[in-house]
Every structure is written in structure tokens, then in C-alpha cells.
Design a protein around this ligand. Structure first.
Ligand SMILES: NC(=O)c1ccc[n+]([C@@H]2O[C@H](COP(=O)([O-])OP(=O)(O)OC[C@H]3O[C@@H](n4cnc5c(N)ncnc54)[C@H](O)[C@@H]3O)[C@@H](O)[C@H]2O)c1
Ligand SMILES: O=C(O)C(=O)C[C@@H](O)[C@H](O)[C@H](O)COP(=O)(O)O
Ligand SMILES: [Zn+2]
Length: 349
């Protein structure tokens, strides 16, 4: 078992190892004053792991209720958010009670947004069951829902009280959903850790706990330095300017992980063609994306992508902050006039 502690506005542990599903109740009991737990999960994950988690929470003396959403990005919406708040109120939850998000980033982002706003903030535990949620969305406190105008447009910064990553639960992931998570691992390699990038050249399963812990440690360092994203946290957005545009343009039929892969490839090519990144680094990024079974191309035009990207959060007035790869392990932030975005994206298509 690995433990990583985040020391941000809230101090909390991230436990990574096998068997945590059955131990969750004990950890919650020790840490929190909760008398009730709401398990927020989706209709794929509930039948796989819902009963084991519920049994563990019941054993620890908690009252347990379940809020199950349909699987997929389209569930990260305002209707489910309001329904969840009303559910908590109808179940007479208090601020000391806990939401346990069991699932991927969709369940985690929605549950976290509800936890941060119900009674102005209640207790919150993340239990990631996708690789993407394990390495990224369960850590660092970004919560969100999508609005009609775009991705993650309503949300909060709200750190969880605890993250329990039961690595055994990742065994049931389809190769396709597992690959989505590897896109965010590539991101960490490119922004901060060339050695992590190299690890991805060997089979991932035997190194899974190590890889998750390495990503989480990078995210911990970034979040501790800049919790509310006024500066260096923007590096965690490498690939995401185009990714969020690809997701929105595809009406969310393209998953976040695959969109991030496309976004990283587009920016790698554009950076190379602009003389900002070496040819070898650009080729390494694209080769790695393809090796992991992820897409490196999109059929959307630069005009479509730029229009969608300008609704995103990294724009401020007339400029947008872009994350530019320089070499494997180093990215820089570049303030770019919004008028120049379409041309930059076009270079990378
Ligand atoms: N808050 C953050 O910092 C942050 C970071 C990265 C991504 N995100 C968000 O995360 C979301 C993507 O998360 P995701 O890729 O986990 O998608 P997801 O939550 O939609 O899960 C993908 C699929 O895997 C299924 N699944 C989950 N766990 C499973 C398991 N153990 N076995 C079998 N099937 C399982 C789900 O039912 C779903 O169909 C996006 O909305 C993205 O914006 C947030
Ligand atoms: O934690 C962060 O900071 C990230 O940017 C992580 C991203 O992988 C994640 O997709 C995040 O939700 C994007 O944030 P947004 O602010 O661009 O919506
Ligand atoms: Zn992401």
C-alpha cells in the first residue's frame, strides 16, 4: 500500500493499493464523524463494486444510501446535480455526513460538486475505479458539471477528505477505458517526468501501483503550489484546450482521455512547426499516443476547434493560456492572443 499526503487548504491522504473497497468503512469511521454515507456511482460500477462498498460502510455503523447515475459524460449535468442535492436533503444528510464517489471521473466530478455545495460543504471521499480517476480526477479538488455551452463550466475547488484507490477494482476496466487513463499519464510524463514517460514503453499492468503513485505525486506537488490555478496548475491542462473542444464538438461522443490524446498530439505538432519544441520530442509524444491505442488526429477543423476552445476557462479577456511542450518532461505556459489560436491549432492538424 502506498500513501501520499496532500497538504493544501485541506490535508488528506491518498491510499493506493488492493483491498480498499472492503476497508473503506473502517477508514471513514476513523476519520469522520459521519453517521450516514451516500454512495454516488454509475450503473456499470454499482453492480460490480456497490455491494462490497456498502457492506463495508454498514459494518462501520453508517447508514448507507445510493445515488446511481447512467454511465457516461452526459450524466455530468445540471439535472443530476440538482437531483443529487435534493436526494441528500430528502435523506436528511448533514454537513458531517459523507458522499463517497465510487467510479470514474464523471461520478467523482459530479459527486464532488454536490459535496462542495450541499449545506455549503459536507464530507467527501473519492474512490476512483478508472485509471483516469486514479491518476487524475480523484486528486486535487476540481469538481464540475458540463453546461450546454461547454465542458466543466460550473464547478468548485473542493478537496476530498480521503482518496481510496483500490487498484484491484481497475481489473474490470475494458481496454478502451483503460487506454483513456493512459492519456493523462502521458500528460504527466510530458509536463513533469521524463522517466514516467519512459515507463510507458513497457507493459503497464505490472507497474500499475507505481505509475498511479507517480502521477498522484506530481499532481500533489502542483496542487500544493497552486491550488486554485492562478499559475503552474495550468500545466495540468496540457492537451486540454483542444481536448475540451473535441469533446464539445463531438457532442461528448469522444471520451475525455481520447480527446486529451488528440489535444496533446495537435499541440506537439503545432509547437514543433512553430519552433517551440524539438522534432524528436514531438515524434515521441505522437508515437507514444499511438502505441497506447489512442488517437492522434481529428476531423474537426481548426475553426471549429478554436471557436469551442474560446468558451473554455483558460481564456482571460483577449488572451488564452496555452500549454506548450518543449521536451519530454518540460512544458511552458504561453499567453496567446485569442485571434492567433485558430492558426496555431491549424499548424497541428
Ligand atoms: N476533476 C479533475 O481533476 C478531472 C481530471 C481528469 C478528468 N476529469 C473528468 O473525468 C471524466 C472522465 O473520467 P473517466 O475517464 O473515468 O470516465 P467515466 O467516469 O465516464 O468512466 C468511463 C467508463 O468506465 C466505466 N467504469 C468505471 N469504473 C469501472 C470499472 N472498474 N470496471 C468497469 N467499468 C468501469 C464507467 O461506467 C464508464 O462507462 C471527464 O468528465 C473529465 O472531464 C476530471
Ligand atoms: O486538475 C487539474 O487542474 C486539471 O486540469 C486536470 C485535468 O486533467 C482535468 O481534465 C480538469 O478537469 C480540467 O480542468 P478545467 O479547469 O480545464 O475544466
Ligand atoms: Zn483531463
Amino acid at each position: 500500500m502506498k500513501t501520499i499526503t496532500v497538504n493544501a487548504s485541506k490535508k488528506y491522504d491518498i491510499l493506493i493499493g488492493p483491498g480498499l473497497l472492503d476497508g473503506a468503512g473502517g477508514y471513514a469511521r476513523k476519520l469522520l464523524k459521519s453517521t450516514a454515507a451516500a454512495v454516488v456511482t454509475d450503473d456499470n460500477v454499482a453492480p460490480l463494486y456497490g455491494d462490497r462498498l456498502t457492506a463495508s460502510l454498514l459494518d462501520a455503523g453508517l447508514r448507507v444510501v445510493r445515488f446511481v447515475i447512467k454511465n457516461g459524460e452526459s450524466s455530468k449535468n445540471a439535472e443530476n446535480y440538482i437531483a443529487l442535492l435534493n436526494f441528500l436533503a430528502a435523506e436528511r444528510f448533514t454537513r458531517d455526513d459523507v458522499i463517497v464517489a465510487l467510479g470514474g471521473g464523471v461520478a467523482g466530478d459530479l459527486a464532488g460538486f454536490a459535496a462542495s455545495t450541499y449545506m455549503r460543504g459536507m464530507r467527501f471521499i473519492q474512490m476512483p475505479t478508472t485509471l483516469l480517476a486514479a491518476v487524475d480526477s480523484s486528486v486535487g479538488g476540481k469538481t464540475a458539471i458540463d453546461l450546454t455551452s461547454g465542458k466543466n463550466l460550473a464547478g468548485t475547488f473542493f478537496q476530498p477528505d480521503l482518496v481510496l484507490c483500490d487498484v484491484s477494482s481497475l481489473a474490470s476496466l475494458s481496454p478502451d477505458v483503460f487506454a483513456d487513463g493512459t492519456a493523462e499519464v502521458v500528460k504527466y510524463g510530458v509536463i513533469a517526468d521524463g522517466e514516467l514517460f519512459e515507463l510507458l514503453k513497457a507493459p503497464i499492468m505490472p507497474q500499475l501501483t507505481e505509475i498511479i503513485a507517480r502521477c498522484v505525486a506530481i499532481k500533489r506537488d502542483v496542487v500544493e503550489a497552486d491550488e486554485t490555478e492562478t499559475g503552474p496548475r495550468k500545466l495540468l491542462n496540457f492537451g486540454h484546450t483542444v481536448a475540451h473542444a473535441v469533446e464539445a464538438c463531438s457532442d461528448y461522443s469522444i471520451s475525455h482521455g481520447k480527446a486529451v490524446a488528440v489535444g496533446m498530439a495537435v499541440f506537439a505538432r503545432a509547437a514543433f512547426k512553430s519552433g517551440l519544441c524539438g522534432e524528436a520530442a514531438c515524434r515521441d509524444i505522437i508515437d507514444m499516443i499511438r502505441k497506447l491505442g489512442l488517437p492522434a488526429e481529428t476531423d474537426f477543423t481548426a475553426a471549429q476547434l478554436a471557436r469551442a476552445a474560446l468558451s473554455d476557462k483558460k481564456r482571460s479577456g483577449g488572451t488564452i493560456t496555452l500549454v506548450i511542450p518543449k521536451s519530454i518532461g518540460t512544458c511552458v505556459l504561453q499567453e496567446t492572443p485569442v485571434d492567433a489560436l485558430e492558426h496555431f491549432i491549424a499548424l497541428g492538424l
